[in-house]
Design a protein. Sequence first.
Lengths: 126, 126
Amino acid sequence: MLSEDQMKLQMQAYIDAYNRDDLDALVALYADDATVEDPVGTAPKIGKPAVAAFYQMAMKSGARLALAAPIRASHGSSAAMAFDVQLNMPQGKAVIRVIDVMTFNDAGQFVSMRAYWGRSDMQMLA
Amino acid sequence: MLSEDQMKLQMQAYIDAYNRDDLDALVALYADDATVEDPVGTAPKIGKPAVAAFYQMAMKSGARLALAAPIRASHGSSAAMAFDVQLNMPQGKAVIRVIDVMTFNDAGQFVSMRAYWGRSDMQMLA
């Protein structure tokens, strides 16, 4: 099982890869059979090609991710983090407030990601 | 299914009940067959008596909970929140950084709670 520090480094690597628009680095964090449920309550993307297609589309938004609080680990093989998705939309700046929960395999890859956010977590900024 | 606002109100009610040491109000937020896995990676407490015993013990610590970021809802029947557990220990003040994920039944009760934190999320403050 991964150490807490190893899980937190992978979570931070996810934020960093996203923010440099580095699709390959981001997808490499996932296991081949990983699932991504973003947002929770929608059909999961299953397997690396589907996961890669999801992030390729997401990155086109130009969104940037900013941690809202320090990344949490767990006593098991999972970790969680609260962050803000910062968006520049034609209508102005907006934010989506998200909590991601990842589970890990022993190689340190994400086997599942679940993103908790809903319509009420999106907000236009002044 | 609950609305996002309803889920967030229940999450806030959990924080508020905990901070007034109101065990009855806190346990009333849970369904009879609820499970509590705190921290994730340990054996879950199953059913209301076990859940009540867990919180009765937890409240003896005098801990106070402070949201670290706004509560997140989801498009499904779950919500998540990042908060700090503030502790006054004989050795001084300490904090545990936690993310709780709750799932809800249609009556608005928690059917499961999972608390993501590990040893690395505990910190002694100056």
